[in-house]
Design a protein around this ligand. Structure first.
Ligand SMILES: Cc1ncc(COP(=O)(O)O)c(C=O)c1O
Length: 302
């Protein structure tokens, strides 16, 4: 029987003290979900928690998912497999795998089976016929989509809001939209939610978010900010990386430039543009992903 509750120490909330905030009479706090657990951090644990419970309820004993070679989700699923003694499989966008990359090395150390596929096959990852074939090939596997965003993931992200001190704004980085949709589900209608899209031309995510969350479809207390992608998914300017390093030095806040750094950089710009009303309390979610720094270093990108 899995003990799914043994990582449930809650993560701390860090308060940022800065002149820039003080003079605008704004409070900024960071929910440090990156500190939830060394193997499964950030929104990955929030997304996996109820999926693992559902896996157990449906009598599946293995986990199968999809991702790129540097994926935070692959890293987290491998970590969960190790922690809870679940056999894990990953369909990795290939065709060739550099097994020495830090994410895949970690996955291998956690005994995850890596199945490299061509880009054409990888494109079928949401195709019902392809998923049926995969289920036949891995009959004991519970299949989780790329990035982990599904109904069960939403419940975990909604639950996160219950552990937050009172706030006016809730901000998160947005890739597939699952985290933002879950946060909308869990929030009061008086909270303003902002998702910082980390990819280019992300307007289509508005539809995905409203499809995932009933509340998102009915309420207007949330917004997807699409102008802070900094070049697109996985791309970032020198300025953004410099900002991440400054946040580490000045506030002891570790950031990577793909998700948490992009969100914080956007947030900081909005603060400087007086986007937030005086007296407001902003809560930003650090969704983890710091393992990605090793991959960026490995590729010489930072
Ligand atoms: C560290 C991190 N933060 C944020 C996100 C974006 O979350 P979502 O895909 O739910 O929008 C991801 C991707 O799943 C991620 O790996």
């Amino acid at each position: 029987m899995l003990n799914l509750f043994n990582i449930e120490k809650d993560s701390p909330v860090q308060h940022i003290v800065s002149e820039c905030l003080k003079k605008r009479n704004i409070r900024l706090s960071i929910k440090r979900d990156d500190l939830l657990h060394p193997l499964i951090s950030g929104n990955k644990w929030r997304k996996l928690k109820y999926n693992l419970q559902h896996m157990q309820a449906t009598n599946k004993t293995q986990l199968l998912t999809f991702g790129g070679a540097f994926s935070n989700h692959i890293h987290a699923c491998a970590g969960a497999g190790k922690l809870f003694n679940i056999k894990t499989h990953a369909i990795i966008r290939g065709p060739n795998l550099d097994i020495n990359n830090p994410t895949l090395q970690f996955a291998k150390q956690c005994s995850m089976d890596l199945h490299a596929v061509t880009r054409i096959e990888y494109k079928q990852r949401q195709d019902p016929d392809y998923l049926t074939q995969l289920q036949a090939r891995f009959p004991h596997a519970y299949i989780i989509p790329e990035g982990g965003s599904n109904t069960y993931a939403l419940a975990g992200c909604a639950e996160l809001t219950k552990s937050l001190p009172e706030h006016d704004y809730l901000v998160c980085p947005t890739g597939s939209g699952g985290t933002l949709a879950g946060l909308i589900e869990g929030s009061l209608e008086t909270t303003q939610l902002l998702g910082v899209a980390v990819l280019k031309q992300a307007e289509y995510l508005n539809k995905e978010i409203t499809a995932l969350s009933k509340k998102a479809a009915q309420q207007s207390n949330w917004q997807l900010l699409t102008q802070f992608h900094d070049g697109g998914y996985g791309k970032f300017t020198r300025e953004l990386w410099q900002f991440c390093q400054t946040m580490q030095q000045q506030y002891n806040l570790p950031l990577e430039p793909i998700y948490s750094g992009k969100m914080m950089y956007a947030l900081w710009q909005l603060i400087e543009q007086d986007y937030f009303a005086s007296g407001s309390h902003i809560m930003a979610i650090h969704t983890g992903g710091l393992q990605g720094l090793d991959g960026l270093k490995y590729r010489g990108l930072i």
